[in-house]
Design a protein. Structure first.
Length: 222
């Protein structure tokens, strides 16, 4: 007599629940094996290093859109936020929107000053220091000189150079001999011609007119 049929419990693969983003490809991580080049401490301060995934193109685009929106708001509202910086008790007039020649002068001077501050060649480091004295106010020269020696020593010993590029400039406020400017700048670092690091983003700077020349007076911390 044949044995009765028995039901056999067969294990079947479970369907994994869908999780948003689970099927997205892994994001490459950026690893910096070299020592940070001493970009002048007043410019493009870098957050503490952490092992974080590199931003996706979509996230980067969103970030830049947000930056553009904030920059646009600053262009409209910046004059009110800058009352404390301009002459106390005086009526602030934002000439950036009506005096185009003056605005263009400020933009050109700010772009040149930022590049001068952030860009150097290790084998021509003294030229960098001399150039800075031509585009900074006396107060800014003092700030610059606080880190210039350390930057020079590091650059010469490690054969490190930097290249700075200004992508865009906007004047948020202009009143007589004072102005505030947003500079979108990118800084690349190389050692013996090999690229090791790059940074980019908006940087707010303040300019003062001394005689007939606009000079860099302050780099506002990010």
């Amino acid at each position: 007599m044949a044995p009765p049929n028995r039901r056999v419990n067969r294990s079947t693969p479970r369907r994994r629940p869908k999780v948003a983003g689970a099927n997205r490809p892994a994001v490459d991580r950026v690893v910096d094996n070299g020592e940070d080049a001493p970009t002048p401490s007043v410019l493009l301060r870098k957050p503490d290093k952490k092992s974080e995934p590199a931003p996706s193109p979509a996230r980067t685009l969103r970030d830049w859109r947000l930056t553009a929106i904030l920059a646009g708001a600053a262009l409209v509202l910046g004059v009110f936020a800058l009352v404390a910086y301009f002459r106390p008790g005086a009526d602030v007039t934002n000439e950036a929107f009506v005096d185009n020649p003056a605005t263009e002068q400020v933009k050109a001077a700010a772009a040149n000053a930022i590049v001068t501050l952030a860009q150097y060649k290790y084998d021509k480091i003294d030229d960098w220091r001399n150039a800075g004295s031509q585009v900074f106010t006396d107060k800014m020269k003092d700030e610059f000189n606080k880190t210039a020696d350390a930057t020079k020593d590091f650059a010469v010993q490690s054969h490190t150079s930097t290249t700075a590029r200004v992508d865009d400039v906007g004047v948020t406020a202009l009143d007589g001999d004072r102005a505030e400017v947003i500079v979108f700048v990118a800084v690349s670092v190389d050692r013996d011609g090999v690229a090791v690091e790059s940074r980019q983003g908006p940087q707010v700077v303040r300019m003062e007119k001394v005689g007939d020349k606009w000079l860099l007076a302050e780099v506002v911390p990010n």
